[in-house]
Design a protein around this ligand. Structure first.
Ligand code: DNO
Length: 397
């Protein structure tokens, strides 16, 4: 598996040489400065490649785009989408012309990954990301005041009410900004009125409707992907459940089966994110890795510890509820299959997904989840698992 590392570009406080020191060579990045829906030009792509390759001794290359975002109007099927589809295809062609051929994207309405706490203290002073079900319920029911929300949070409603009653205005503001922190670009961060407006735009979109909108997107872009050799890799919902009443359709095995079946092409693939899928108690993550192996084009390895009320915490990469050894074994077996079949792209790019903030990470201002030392530790642990599984099972690493 190709060891990779997410780099947010020149604004990332984690420098490129740290990637090399961590042991990765693949750089996963995106042109976050370009507004959603606009074309990524060859010049802009080359400029980023120039930065990544500026010091050849590091041996880094841009191997995966994360993400080429989907404009909200495509998710909503709102208005004439011709220009948006044309622009998306143009960006795909430009990326392929520059040799960047794996594109990660997601189809989560309005918000991306969602946590309520970005700096949860761990024994010894590390920091982790957490999702507290009662805080999220307080946000949904009492800050957003979404009609019908209380019924959905019955199990934690009393704790949510108590949290809200005791919370200062600044604690509420922190909760809002934590929930918004999952949106990586400079665009589309919402305040409460803005969120309500977005939810209203989705009021007519059911899960089935959203599924159809995704299928339409895939029908528009997969032929281009096939033509230029791009592998599209949808990222699962994080957490894998409806949020704020918004449907989510990439949350479980049935969802993955539906979307891969909607356009049955190898180019229509998956980012296998163990942390996102693992935050759903309904998901058997190693079994899903085996079931969808042929469509996995990019991998995020991370672990979560789930709690009975729906809360979860980002755990060490080899701790938590997901059997990481079993996942790695499934992925290496798939690599073996591809290699034997003569597939030039048999090696799967993967990155350690979020890490804790550890030691000198603290106070550095890295993007939530994207610390240096925490990810370096995660990558090192996974590298150990990969090496052991590969040797014991005779599978290509
Ligand atoms: C979280 C990330 C996601 C991912 C997008 C892909 O850390 O894995 O935000 O980049 O969902 O489009």
């Amino acid at each position: 598996m190709e060891q990779s590392w997410r780099w947010f570009g020149p604004d990332d406080v984690v420098p490129l040489h740290a990637i090399r020191q961590a042991g990765a060579r693949g750089v996963v990045t995106a042109l976050h400065q370009i507004p959603y829906g606009e074309i990524w030009t060859v010049d802009a792509i080359r400029e980023r490649q120039g930065k990544i390759g500026a010091d050849p001794s590091l041996g880094l290359h841009w191997n995966v785009v994360e993400s080429l975002p989907i404009h909200e109007r495509i998710k909503l099927a709102e208005g004439d989408l011709t220009a948006l589809f044309d622009n998306y295809r143009a960006s795909m062609r430009n990326l392929a012309a520059c040799g960047v051929k794996v594109i990660c994207y997601n189809f989560m309405p309005v918000v991306d990954w969602t946590r309520t706490e970005l700096s949860h203290a761990l024994p010894g002073g590390g920091r982790a990301l957490r999702f507290n079900a009662h805080e999220y319920a307080a946000f949904d029911c009492f800050m957003l005041q979404r009609p019908g929300a209380e019924a959905e949070h019955a199990a934690v409603l009393e704790r949510a009410r108590a949290w809200f009653a005791a919370a200062s205005e600044s604690a509420k503001a922190v909760l809002l900004s934590n929930i918004m922190a999952g949106l990586p670009g400079a665009f589309d961060r919402y305040d409460i009125p803005g969120l309500r407006r977005m939810l209203a735009r989705y009021s007519e979109v059911s899960a089935a409707g959203l599924r159809e909108n995704l299928a339409r997107f895939l029908r528009e872009v997969i032929p281009t992907a096939e033509e230029v050799g791009i592998r599209m890799a949808i990222h699962p919902d994080d957490p894998p459940r409806p949020m704020m009443g918004l449907p989510r359709i990439v949350s479980c095995a049935e969802d993955l089966a539906a979307l891969t079946g909607a356009v049955p092409s190898e180019a229509n693939g998956i980012t296998f994110c163990t942390g996102s899928l693992g935050a759903g108690a309904h998901n058997d993550v190693p079994a899903m890795a085996r079931q969808f192996a042929g469509r996995i084009h990019f991998v995020h390895l991370r672990n979560v510890a789930n709690e009975p009320d729906g809360s979860f915490m980002e755990a060490d990469h080899l701790a938590g509820d997901t059997d990481m050894v079993a996942v790695v074994e499934a992925l290496l077996a798939e690599q073996g299959r591809r290699k034997a079949a003569g597939d030039a792209h048999w090696r799967l790019p993967f990155r350690p997904d979020h890490g804790h903030e550890l030691l000198d990470d603290i106070g550095k201002g890295s993007f939530p989840g994207y610390s240096t030392i925490g990810r370096l530790k995660g990558l090192a642990e996974i590298r150990g698992v990969m090496t052991a599984v590969s040797q014991l099972r005779g599978l290509p690493i």
